[in-house]
Design a protein around this ligand. Structure first.
Ligand code: ADP
Ligand code: MG
Length: 770
C-alpha cells in the first residue's frame, strides 16, 4: 500500500477516499445513526444502496391492494384535509383523504395543539400528489394510515416550472425501513452527492473498456441512478453498474487464474511404451472410450504434463464416464513417478470408488502383493470409519509412496496425511472446491499438485464463469454407446391400482435378477427434513447452486398442497414392503445417513453383490453410486425433490446395458403445477443439460447462485448471472485483454483496489460458510 506522507490542512479529506468517508462526517451524527443501523456507514455504502425501483410520477398506487398490517409507501392524490377538535380528549385531529382515483385511504394525525396540524394542513392541499408511508390499519372498515410520514411531490421546487419538471422525474424507491423511509434516504444521497466532485471518485473501469461499451463514468452514474431526469438515465446507470460488477468479478478470476498458472508444479508427462500402467490399463478395458473421453483425456494429459499446476473442472452428465477419465489421469501421474489422491464427498462413495477402481485395475492394483502384476501400483482407501490398524497401514502406504492412488474424503487433505510425492488431486462430485481447500492443497508440501474437479451438475456457461472462472472447463457431452435407455413415468400416488402395479413391476425385475431402489424423502415419519447426514461432507456438492444438495431443493415451504400429507419414510415403507405379497421371499434392506458408516458400507456391498434385492433408502444414494445391475428406481413423494436431484437419483439406474425404469410417485393435483412441470420434464428427457435449463427457468436467480450471489458482500448487487449472460461474457473478454496487457494492473490502480476488496469478501464469505 502507498504511504501518504503529505499532511494538508484538510487532513481528513485528503487521506480518506471520498467513498470511504463516514456518513457521520458528511451528514452529521444524528442523521447518520439510523442509516448505520441499515449497514450504511460510508459514502460508498450509501451511494451503492441503489434504488430498488423507480415510481413513475403520476402513477398512483392501487389502494384496494393494501392489506392491514403492511408497511407501505403509497403514491396518492390528496382530496381533502380537515381539522377537528375532539370532545373525548384534549387536542385535535386532522383527517385527510387521499385517493388513487378509485379508492380512498384515510390519513390521521393527532396533536395536542392545532399549530402542528395547521402545518400538515398547509402541505396536504387538495390536488397535490404525495408519497405516504406507514402501516396500514383497518378503521371501521376503512383503510387508514395513522401518522404517516410523507412527502409532497415537487414541493421543494423554487417556482412552478421547476415544480412541474421535478414532478415529472422518476422517483427513486429505496430499500427502506420504517425508521428511514425512502425519501429520507433520497435526501441523504442528495447531500452526499452535493459534496462529491468528479475527482473524488476515480473509476475502477479502465477508460478503454468504458469507451468500448459506451458506459458512463462512475461519477455520472451515481447521479443518474439516484437522481434520474428520466427513465433512460437510470437504465444507463444500472447497465454501467452491472457491467462494473461483472468486470470486477471477471478481472479477479482472470487474475487469480493467471497467478496460479505462473506457479510451479512437477510435470508428469505421459510415459510412452507398452509396459506403463496406463497402456496396460487401456489394453484391458472391456469397452472403447467415447470420443469425449478421449478428447478430455488429451486435455488433461497435456495439462498434467506441464510444469504449471492444472486447475480443471470436468463436467459430464450422470453416467458419462468421468471416473475412467480421472483414473487414466491418475495412472499417467503414477507412471511418471508421482501419487494421486481421489476425494469423494462421502465415505460410502470413497469406498465404492476404491472397490470399482481396484476391480477395473485388476492385478495392476496390487503392487508388491501376492497376485499383483509386475510394476503394479497400490490403491489405498483411507476413511474415518476404518479401524486404527487399517488407517495406520493406509497412512504408511501414502507416506512411503507404496500407494500410487489414495482414495478418501476431504480428510485426505488434513495435516496428518502425508504423501511421498502427491502429483494429482481429483475431487469427485463437487463443483465448488473452495479457496480454502485449494490453499490446503497448496500447503501440502513440495510443489502444487495438479487439480481436477469433477461434477455431474451441468452448469450454464456464465454461471461457471462467475463462480469458478479461474478453472479451465472440460465437458463430457456424450453418454457411452450401448447404454439402454431409462424410461420414466409419473405414478399418481392416490391411485391404489397404479401403486400395486408399481410394486408388481419391481418384483418382475427382481425375478429377472435385477435390483431395485426405492427412495424416500424421510428416514422416520415426522422427520422435518431430508437426510443430508452423509451426503455432504463439506461444502460438497451444490452448495452454491442448490442443485443436488438434499434440502436445498426441497420446496416444502412453497409446494402447495404438500403441507399436510404424511411423507413416505424409509422406516415405515420398508416394513410395509416387507409385508406385501408381491415381495414375499425378497431381501429388503435400508440405507440412510443415521446408520453407522460400517453398516452403510456393508449394506451397499450386499446390494451391489445381489444379496439384497431391494434397497429402501434416502438420498444418500444420490451421487455417484454405481450398481450396474440396478434397473428400477421408485421415488416416493417425487414432487418434493428438485429436478437436478431427481436427475442425479435416476442416474443410479440404467448404468449397464439393462433398460431402466424410473417411477416418480407423487400426488399430483392441479394446484401443484411447478411440481408437475418438473416431473414431466424428467419423464420427457434424460439430457442433463436440457433439464438444467428447465430447472433454471423454474427457479429464481437467487437460488441458482445461492450464497455466491445473494450474500456476497457488496460487489454483486445488480448483476443477474442468467439474465446478464451477455454482459458477463463481454466483461470476461475485456478482463482477459486488460490483464494480458498489464498483468500486475500497475496502470489500473482503482481496479486493483476493487478486485482486492471483492476477493476479500469472497474469502470472508467462504470462511464464514465453512
Ligand atoms: P459418472 O460420470 O456419472 O461418474 P461413471 O464414471 O461412474 O459415470 O461411469 C458410469 C458407468 O459407465 C460405469 O459403470 C463405467 O464403467 C461405464 N463406462 C464408462 N466409460 C464407458 C465407455 N466408454 N463405454 C461403456 N461404458 C463405460
Ligand atoms: Mg461419478
Amino acid at each position: 500500500m502507498k504511504e501518504q506522507v503529505v499532511v494538508p490542512a484538510d487532513f481528513e479529506a485528503a487521506t480518506i477516499p471520498f467513498l470511504e468517508r463516514p456518513l457521520s462526517k458528511l451528514l452529521g451524527t444524528r442523521t447518520a445513526a439510523p442509516l448505520a443501523k441499515m449497514g450504511l456507514e460510508t459514502a460508498g455504502d450509501l451511494l451503492r444502496h441503489y434504488p430498488r425501483r423507480y415510481a413513475e410520477p403520476g402513477t398512483l398506487t392501487d389502494i384496494s391492494e393494501l392489506k392491514p398490517g403492511e408497511h407501505v409507501t403509497v403514491m396518492a392524490k390528496i382530496s381533502s384535509a380537515t381539522i377537528r377538535h375532539m370532545r373525548s380528549r384534549a387536542g385535535a385531529m386532522l383527517n385527510a383523504r387521499v385517493s388513487d382515483g378509485v379508492h380512498d385511504l384515510s390519513l390521521t394525525f393527532f396533536a395536542k395543539r392545532q399549530g402542528v396540524l395547521r402545518m400538515h394542513e398547509d402541505k396536504l392541499r387538495p390536488g397535490r400528489v404525495g408519497l405516504f408511508t406507514g402501516t396500514v390499519s383497518d378503521y371501521r372498515g376503512e383503510r387508514q394510515l395513522a401518522h404517516p410520514d410523507y412527502v409532497i411531490v415537487g414541493l421543494d421546487a423554487d417556482d412552478e416550472d421547476q415544480a412541474i419538471a421535478e414532478a415529472a422525474k422518476p422517483i427513486p424507491m429505496y430499500p427502506a425501513t420504517a425508521a428511514v423511509p425512502t425519501w429520507r434516504i433520497e435526501r441523504c444521497v442528495a447531500t452526499v452527492l452535493g459534496q462529491m466532485h468528479e475527482a473524488d471518485v476515480p473509476d475502477p473501469l479502465p477508460d478503454s473498456v468504458r469507451a468500448a461499451h459506451r458506459l458512463d463514468t462512475l461519477f455520472e452514474s451515481f447521479r443518474r441512478i439516484h437522481q434520474p431526469d428520466n427513465d433512460d438515465d437510470w437504465r444507463r446507470a444500472r447497465r454501467r453498474f452491472r457491467f462494473e460488477e461483472a468486470f470486477i468479478v471477471q478481472a479477479a478470476l482472470v487474475r487469480r487464474k493467471a497467478a496460479h498458472a505462473s506457479l510451479e508444479a512437477t510435470a508428469r508427462p505421459l510415459v510412452a511404451g507398452p509396459k506403463t500402467l496406463l497402456s496396460r490399463f487401456d489394453q484391458q478395458l472391456p469397452f472403447a472410450l467415447t470420443r469425449g473421453q478421449i478428447q478430455v483425456g488429451h486435455e488433461i494429459s497435456s495439462d498434467i504434463g506441464s510444469a504449471h499446476p492444472m486447475q480443471r473442472l470436468l463436467q459430464g452428465d450422470v453416467g458419462s464416464g468421468k471416473t475412467i477419465v480421472a483414473l487414466r489421469a491418475m495412472l499417467q501421474v503414477v507412471d511418471a513417478g508421482g501419487q494421486a489422491a481421489l476425494l469423494a464427498p462421502t465415505e460410502v462413495l470413497a469406498a465404492q470408488h476404491a472397490r470399482s477402481i481396484e476391480s477395473m485395475l485388476g492385478e495392476l492394483a496390487f503392487g508388491g502383493m501376492l497376485g499383483g502384476a509386475e510394476g503394479a501400483t497400490r490403491v489405498v482407501l483411507l476413511t474415518g470409519s476404518m479401524t486404527t490398524a487399517q488407517k495406520r497401514k493406509a497412512l504408511l502406504d501414502a507416506a512411503s509412496g507404496a500407494a500410487g492412488i489414495v482414495i478418501g474424503t476431504h480428510a485426505l487433505l488434513s495435516d496428518n496425511v502425508q504423501f511421498a510425492d502427491l502429483g494429482l488431486v481429483v475431487v469427485d462430485e463437487q463443483h465448488r472446491f473452495g479457496v480454502k481447500q485449494r490453499d490446503a492443497l497448496r500447503a501440502k508440501g513440495g510443489t502444487v499438485p495438479h487439480l481436477l474437479v469433477m461434477t455431474a451438475t451441468p452448469i450454464p456457461r456464465t454461471v461457471a464463469m462467475t463462480v469458478f472462472g479461474d478453472l479451465e472447463v472440460s465437458t463430457l457431452k456424450e453418454i457411452p454407446a450401448g447404454r439402454a435407455p431409462v424410461a420414466t413415468h409419473i405414478v399418481p400416488a392416490q391411485n391404489a391400482a397404479w401403486m400395486a402395479r408399481t410394486w408388481q413391476r419391481a418384483r418382475e425385475e427382481i425375478d429377472k435378477g435385477r435390483r431395485v431402489y426405492v427412495v424416500c424423502s424421510r428416514i422416520s415419519p415426522g422427520d422435518d427434513s431430508s437426510d443430508g447426514a452423509e451426503t455432504i461432507s463439506d461444502d460438497a456438492y451444490g452448495e452454491n447452486f442448490g442443485q443436488g444438495t438434499p434440502g436445498a431443493l426441497f420446496e416444502d415451504a412453497t409446494a402447495p398442497g404438500a403441507e399436510n400429507r404424511e411423507l413416505a419414510s424409509v422406516e415405515v415403507l420398508s416394513e410395509q414392503l416387507r409385508s406385501l405379497d408381491a415381495f414375499r421371499g425378497i431381501n429388503i434392506s435400508v440405507l440412510h445417513g443415521r446408520m453407522a458408516p460400517a453398516d452403510k458400507e456393508a449394506t451397499m456391498a450386499s446390494f451391489s453383490a445381489g444379496h439384497t434385492d431391494l434397497l429402501v433408502s434416502t438420498t444418500v444414494i444420490e451421487v455417484g453410486i454405481d450398481v450396474p445391475t440396478a434397473s428400477v428406481m421408485i421415488i416416493m413423494d417425487a414432487d418434493r425433490f428438485g429436478i437436478s436431484q431427481l436427475h442425479q437419483l435416476r442416474g443410479r439406474i440404467g448404468r449397464g446395458n439393462l433398460p431402466g425404469v424410473c417411477l416418480l410417485v407423487a400426488p399430483l393435483s392441479d394446484d401443484n403445477t411447478d411440481a408437475r412441470v418438473r416431473l414431466e420434464a424428467l419423464a420427457r428427457t434424460t439430457d442433463g443439460f436440457e433439464l438444467a435449463a428447465t430447472d433454471l427457468e423454474l427457479r429464481h436467480e437467487g437460488d441458482v447462485l445461492g450464497a455466491a450471489q445473494s450474500g456476497r458482500g457488496s460487489t454483486l448487487r445488480l448483476l443477474r448471472v442468467m439474465k446478464d449472460a451477455d454482459l458477463i461474457a463481454m466483461a470476461r473478454e475485456d478482463a482477459e485483454r486488460i490483464i494480458e496487457e498489464d498483468p500486475t494492473l500497475a496502470s489500473h490502480e482503482r481496479l486493483l483496489v476493487a478486485i482486492n476488496s471483492y476477493l476479500d469478501e469472497d474469502t470472508q464469505e467462504f470462511l464464514e460458510r465453512s
